[in-house]
Ligand binder design. Structure first.
Ligand SMILES: Cc1cc2nc3c(=O)[nH]c(=O)nc-3n(C[C@H](O)[C@H](O)[C@H](O)COP(=O)(O)OP(=O)(O)OC[C@H]3O[C@@H](n4cnc5c(N)ncnc54)[C@H](O)[C@@H]3O)c2cc1C
Length: 216
């Protein structure tokens, strides 16, 4: 098991039904796109979470949803400011810097891109964010304000202004000739990542230009 360190929760806010934004003070450096392990007790194997906050923010944000019958998330949702939780050091190489790229996320899979965004790395990027409902388009107001037309929200079960009605795969299907010379970063469930990757390959994007982080 990885080494773990205690941190004190500063906030644990339900930002949409069943979705929480956990905060604690940052006393380590990390690279946007990295993950940490979280556990509530020293004997329990930490679960992995992408950091959602920016590299220079004073607090670390973790965006998570409650998994019914899950070991960690139902209890984590009960954590109050001042409670101690345990985290590992940050690690992982789902990292995107200055290069021109497309970021594609569904659900909490937005977390690594939110971290890159809040670290100021959104120039040259297109962000495609999907969810069934609007309330799961986490941080969308920040993205649309700063990224303008380079931000494309997709909602499959709600019809909204300025939002594509359908899944991210439906949206990608509307693009006839995607740029095959840039990198596509995907983050979300295994099903979403596989579907999007297959579609991009079908449209001519080389396999090596597709980077994926799967939340399992
Ligand atoms: C690289 C990475 C990054 C991640 N980042 C995030 C993130 O930013 N935000 C986020 O919300 N999640 C993220 N995850 C997922 C996260 O690590 C946890 O898996 C998730 O939060 C569930 O944890 P849990 O302990 O509550 O549920 P678990 O105990 O792991 O259970 C999850 C589900 O599986 C079911 N289950 C458990 N055991 C069994 C079994 N034996 N048979 C059948 N079903 C079973 C449970 O009923 C539950 O519904 C990430 C995962 C990875 C790999």
């Amino acid at each position: 098991m990885k080494e773990i360190f205690p941190v004190n929760v500063t906030a644990n806010k339900e930002i949409a039904p069943g979705a929480f934004l956990l905060s604690f003070p940052r006393d380590f450096d990390f690279t946007a796109g990295q993950v940490i392990g979280i556990t509530l007790s020293k004997g329990e194997e930490p679960r992995l979470y992408s950091i959602a906050s920016g590299e220079n923010q004073d607090e670390v944000w973790i965006l998570y949803t409650i998994k019914p019958n899950g070991m960690l998330t139902p209890q984590l949702a009960q954590a109050k400011p001042g409670d101690t939780i345990y985290i590992t050091k940050p690690f992982g190489n789902f990292i995107c810097r200055e290069e021109k790229a497309v970021w594609i996320a569904t659900g909490t899979g937005i977390a690594p891109f939110a971290s890159m965004f809040f670290s100021g790395q959104f120039q040259n990027k297109i962000l495609i964010q999907g969810n069934r409902t609007k309330d799961g388009l986490y941080f969308s107001e920040h993205f649309s304000l700063q990224m303008g037309k380079n931000y494309q929200p997709c909602c499959s079960r709600e019809i909204l202004p300025d939002c594509f009605n359908g899944r991210v795969t439906d949206y990608l299907n509307t693009i006839e000739n995607p740029d095959t010379g840039i990198t596509y970063y995907l983050c979300g469930s295994a099903e979403m990542v596989v579907d999007v990757r297959d579609l991009l390959i079908e449209k001519g994007v080389p396999f090596n230009n597709i980077m994926a982080e799967i939340f399992f």
